[in-house]
Ligand binder design. Structure first.
Ligand code: ADP
Ligand code: MG
Length: 840
């Protein structure tokens, strides 16, 4: 039995009140009201465990009032600390503190982790939650969307807030950050923060679970395998002034609308609990959410400290009196605190063995009546175990069924994967550059699972030790929704007396706890039809299929490379043809240039010839100039045609030809007329010409004029024919060029078309490859998931089998020891009976 620890803290006065008639004085953990002339007012003196004056820091309050609770919480005892007092008396200052002087919550969090660091033989799992009770609604400060949460009670969990978020934490900084976030959401929820905070309670809760680190090294301690669960509540209550006034004035109902129901119920509960145990009636814990949640802390199984904060000003005397009266009543409450344990089967068995040993010892020196009672108790226990075993067997059966369903699910998943694989293997198109990724994926398959499992292990919070089954198991267990346990021992009694009655039998209480919830999650039935071999065979099948898919993808890749090289070749050919076309297009231009050159040479030759002829009016000179003109005209004509052809807009060859012939005839006529003009003049002209150049002399040598004309005509005709011939040759050549050009252009266009088609094909192929790769990725992802599921499944099954095996061994051992004890005991009884029946 342990009294609640109550302290009063007086905050610094807001005004220097020298003119105050009444003043609160603090002396040796006593606080008393003094009137004028410093005279103490009777009935206004209160003594508490601690009274802190205005100079006292949060650090001192923590050291003297809370530190002890925190240490005990780490050892497995429930703990609660709350601040009670009127608005602005310093509750929040005490609980939250300031940056320079951190409050109780901050210090407690730091201290818990420091204590854990010091506890080398146990491993811990810490969960935190933060809630606000405002107008009788419970609001989750870690998840603001969780409003109006309900309180539930069950035999296994005790009283708990359903749906409250609990965060698993592993460092003080993490907790403090979470609190900050919680505070932020509290501010976010309401605009008038002060008004709200004076009417709302905040409960910061830490659940500390621990178990012995190395069970093998333990030497017969009865609770080595037990899991300790303790709950620590740090509460900042709403302002108490209304309650104080209401209770003083007795107009509770009138203010019912505004009064904080929880705080009123707290006052009532404290009142009831402070009464004499025998007179005390029903304790109204259920009247409010706050008292329901704090039930174990008030008259139950928790080490509790209350800090009553008061304001020293004269204006607040009534409220301060109310607070001090509340504190005095609270001082009278006693709690019965004990470590909360959840017993595993092994721990229970160990404890049982010790009890048997104890009984054996007792047997040797006590009388038969007591022994018979003990035997009866043991038999009852045995029956209980039998019942429990049956219960477990049924649960096992149920889980086997669910396992089969799960297997069915996995098979369906495999079928899905198979379908997808078939889809991939049926596809006849190429695969892209994603091969490497996939191959790496496949190769790393086994490694991945390994590293994954390692990651999983390391993500579980654990202190000072490698990840171990306890922490993992408890964390897993905690993922169940709505789990916010309070130890059973705290919740199934209505008041102190009932609690006392229930706690007389130590084992009875623990029995109600020993069904560890972890079993619920862990158990998964072993299936005899489906063995691990089947799974590994299926995995191998899947891997084979994947290999096939990869081979096909290689094939696609090869084809793709071929296609690319073909494309390149075609592109090369096209560019060669383009070059040729350019060449052909340049040909007429070149011809044109050639003709111009010839024309220039021709001009030069004639100008030289004309230089030889002295008389410009001589017949030879005239013929020469006419011939030169004719030639130049023909050259110009040729030039013109070639240039128009080179420009690609020349007239049709037939029309050209006609025009040339016409021109020719015109030229012939002109030549003839020139010659005939030359024939008419006297021979003197001819004589003069006799001395000139070789050509003329040759002409002069001719005997007759007719011969001369015929000669010149022939010469001109020959020349015209040559030019014509040349022109025809050029025309033919041009036609050939044209044809070639046409063919080339046709070929070029068809190649271009082909090239475009190939380009489109290539793009389509690339798209297809992309799609296939995505599909492959998807399939690979699904397969990975399936592998993971399988592995988890196999692991879970192994765990379960191990559990069943351990349980069977334990049970067999238990039965053996009981049987042997029974035999021993019978033998002893027989001996005793025979010794009693012997005549003295
Ligand atoms: P409550 O939470 O009870 O309404 P607060 O904690 O908000 O009151 O305190 C009201 C004001 O008084 C705050 O400004 C706070 O800083 C100041 N205060 C309260 N207690 C102390 C103290 N012990 N020392 C210094 N300042 C204090
Ligand atoms: Mg406050």
């Amino acid at each position: 039995m342990e009294k609640i620890c109550v302290a009063v803290r007086v905050r610094p006065s807001s005004r220097e009140g020298s003119g105050n008639a009444f003043q609160w004085k603090i002396e040796n953990n006593c606080v008393s009201l003094h009137g004028v002339h410093n005279t103490p007012i009777s009935g206004m003196s209160f003594a508490f465990d601690h009274v802190f004056d205005q100079d006292c820091s949060n650090g001192t309050v923590y050291e003297l009032l809370i530190k002890n609770i925190i240490r005990s919480a780490v050892e497995g005892f429930n703990g609660t600390a709350f601040a009670y007092g009127q608005t602005s008396s310093g509750k929040t200052f005490t609980m939250n503190g300031t940056e320079n002087d951190p409050g109780i919550i901050h210090r407690a969090v730091k201290d818990i982790f420091a204590n854990i660091q010091q506890t080398f033989d146990r491993e811990f799992l810490i969960r935190v939650s933060y809630m606000e009770i405002y107008n009788e609604d419970i609001i989750d400060l870690f998840a603001v969307e969780n409003q109006k949460l309900q309180i539930h009670e069950s035999l296994e969990r005790g009283v708990f807030v359903a749906g409250l978020r609990e965060e698993i934490v592993n460092s003080d900084d993490q907790v403090l950050n979470l609190i900050q976030l919680g505070e932020a959401s509290r501010h976010f929820g309401d605009t008038n923060m002060n008004a709200r905070s004076s009417r709302s309670h905040t409960i910061f809760r830490m659940v500390i679970e621990s178990n012995q680190k190395d069970t093998n090294s333990s030497k017969g301690s009865s609770s080595d395998d037990a899991i300790r669960v303790s709950v620590l509540n740090l509460v900042d209550l709403a302002g108490s002034e209304r309650v104080a006034k209401t209770q003083a004035g007795g107009v509770r109902l009138k203010e019912g609308k505004h009064i904080n129901k929880s705080l009123m119920a707290l006052g009532n509960v404290i009142n009831k609990l402070s009464e004499d145990g025998k007179l005390r009636g029903h304790i109204p814990y259920r009247d409010s959410k706050l008292t329901r949640i704090l039930q174990p802390a008030l008259g139950g199984n928790a080490k509790t400290s209350i800090i009553c904060t008061v304001a020293p000003e004269q204006a607040h005397i009534e409220e301060t009196k109310g607070t001090l009266q509340f504190a005095s009543r609270a001082k009278r409450i006693t709690n019965c605190v004990q470590v909360n344990e959840i017993l595993t089967d092994a721990a229970l068995l160990k404890r049982q063995k010790l009890e048997i040993e104890e009984l054996r010892r007792k047997l040797q020196g006590s009388h038969a009546g007591v022994l018979e009672l003990e035997i009866l108790k043991l038999r009852n226990d045995m029956l209980k175990y039998e019942l429990e075993r049956e219960k477990l067997a049924t649960a096992l059966e149920e889980e086997r069924r669910s396992h089969k369903e799960h297997d069915q699910c996995i098979r369906e998943q495999y079928m899905k994967i198979d379908n997808l694989s078939n889809l991939v293997s049926l596809s006849d198109s190429e695969k892209g550059s994603f091969q490497n990724d996939v191959t790496i994926c496949l190769q790393d398959g086994s490694m991945d699972s390994h590293s994954m499992s390692q990651q999983k292990g390391s993500s579980t919070p654990c202190y000072k030790a490698a990840p171990n089954v306890f922490v993992a198991k408890r964390s897993q267990y905690l993922t169940q929704s709505e789990f916010s346990p309070l130890p059973d021992t705290c919740s199934n009694f209505a008041d102190e007396d009932t609690w006392m009655k229930m706690n007389k039998g130590f084992i009875v209480d623990l029995d109600s706890l020993h069904m560890t919830p972890a079993r619920k999650v862990q158990s998964f039935p072993s299936s005899e039809d489906l063995s691990t071999d089947n799974y590994s065979q299926e995995i191998q099948n899947l891997q084979r299929q994947l290999n096939l898919v990869v081979e096909e993808r290689d094939e696609f890749k090869r084809k793709y490379a071929e296609q690319v090289s073909f494309n390149n070749q075609v592109t090369r050919e096209v560019s060669e043809l383009q070059r040729e076309i350019l060449h052909i297009r340049e040909f007429p231009q070149n011809l044109c240039e050639l003709v111009t050159n010839c024309k220039d040479i021709y001009k030069d030759v004639f100008s030289i010839l004309q230089d030889f002829i002295a008389d410009e009016r001589s017949a030879a000179a005239q013929i020469l100039s006419t011939t030169s003109e004719v030639g130049l005209c023909l050259f110009s004509n040729l030039e013109f045609h070639l240039s128009t052809f080179a420009d690609g807009k020349g007239p049709s060859p037939t029309i050209d030809y006609l025009s040339v012939q016409e021109q020719c005839s015109v030229l012939c006529k002109r030549l003839n007329s020139t010659i005939s003009k030359l024939v008419i003049p006297d021979g003197s002209t001819l004589k003069d010409e006799h001395t000139t150049g070789s050509l003329i002399s040759r002409t002069v040598k001719l005997n007759t004029l007719g011969e001369q004309i015929a000669y010149w005509k022939e010469a001109v005709e020959n020349e015209v024919a040559t030019v014509k011939q040349k022109y025809n040759d050029l025309e033919n050549e041009r036609d050939i060029c044209n044809k070639l050009l046409e063919i080339s252009e046709g070929k070029y266009q068809s190649l271009e078309r082909e090239f475009h088609l190939l380009k489109e094909d290539k793009e389509a192929l690339l798209q297809r490859i992309l799609n296939l790769s995505q599909m492959l990725e998807l399939v690979t992802g699904q397969k990975d998931n399936a592998f993971q599921d399988l592995k988890t499944e196999v692991r879970r099954r192994k765990n379960l089998e191990e559990e069943i095996r351990l349980f069977s061994i334990a049970f067999a051992g238990r039965q053996r020891s009981l049987n042997s004890f029974h035999g021993d005991f019978k033998a002893l009884l027989d001996t005793m009976k025979s010794s009693l029946s012997k005549p003295r």
